[in-house]
Design a protein around this ligand. Structure first.
Ligand SMILES: N[C@@H](CCC(=O)N[C@@H](CS)C(=O)NCC(=O)O)C(=O)O
Length: 216
């Protein structure tokens, strides 16, 4: 297997996942700023033109962090980060989808169309006029989640899962570019601090983070 990695938050989510499971994989860094992931040979294998990508042993390229999590969880079930039973796995996927739809996808859209628009305008349709709207959607998702968190400090009650990893990678990136967590969302803040204290989180930072201060 070979993981195509980069100094970016979705690849970081995969790095956190690997560290939580103590899996070591060969990695190859992709130059996202330079557009290596948008070159014809990369896009021929991953039409989304994005990272992370896991090339598995038969040569198949798996993109989408959720699909990569799924594949690796089946090969390395312990500790479960999706779930040990059909019910646990379904509950995790339910939360993962909610987190993506309500929080992380609006956050990344606001980033692509806002601070990173000069890079992304040559890679995708960008909607700079919608940045405030995507930020409002993200805020609404965070308020919603905040009210659900008090009992647990994990998104799926009682279990640390890929939903926590996906959300943390996105929010920590956001915080590092100045998008602070709303101060009034105390449960979210507690969840964020508890998650940040996990050893895998500090260990997952890309070496470029130390040069740029952006957490990816
Ligand atoms: N839904 C995808 C999103 C992947 C994604 O947005 N990757 C970003 C980095 S975080 C990327 O490759 N950006 C560079 C580009 O789009 O050219 C996933 O979960 O892996």
């Amino acid at each position: 297997m070979l993981l195509f990695d980069a100094a970016r938050p979705n690849p970081r989510a995969v790095r956190i996942f690997l560290l939580e499971k103590a899996i070591t994989l060969p990695m190859q860094d992709i130059d996202v700023d330079g557009g290596e992931n948008r070159q014809p040979e990369f896009v021929a294998c991953n039409p989304a033109g994005q990272v992370p990508v896991l090339e598995v042993d038969d040569g198949t390229w798996l993109a989408e962090s959720g699909a990569i999590f799924q594949y690796l969880e089946e090969l390395y079930p312990e500790p479960p980060l999706i779930g040990a039973t059909a019910e646990e796995r379904a509950v995790t996927r339910m939360w993962q989808r909610r987190i993506e739809r309500r929080i992380t996808e609006p956050l990344y859209a606001a980033f692509h169309y806002g601070p990173a628009v000069d890079m992304y305008k040559n890679r995708m349709v960008v909607l700079p006029e919608s940045v405030a709207g995507f930020k409002a959607l993200m805020h609404d998702g965070l308020v919603w989640l905040n009210d659900l968190l008090p009992a647990t400090n994990t998104i799926v009650p009682g279990r640390f899962t890929v939903a926590d990893i996906t959300l943390f990678a996105a929010l920590d990136f956001g915080v590092s570019i100045g998008w602070s967590l709303p101060a009034e969302l105390m449960h979210l803040k507690q969840w964020f601090e508890a998650t940040a204290a996990r050893p895998a989180i500090a260990a997952s930072l890309h070496p470029k983070s130390t040069q740029t201060g952006v957490h990816y």
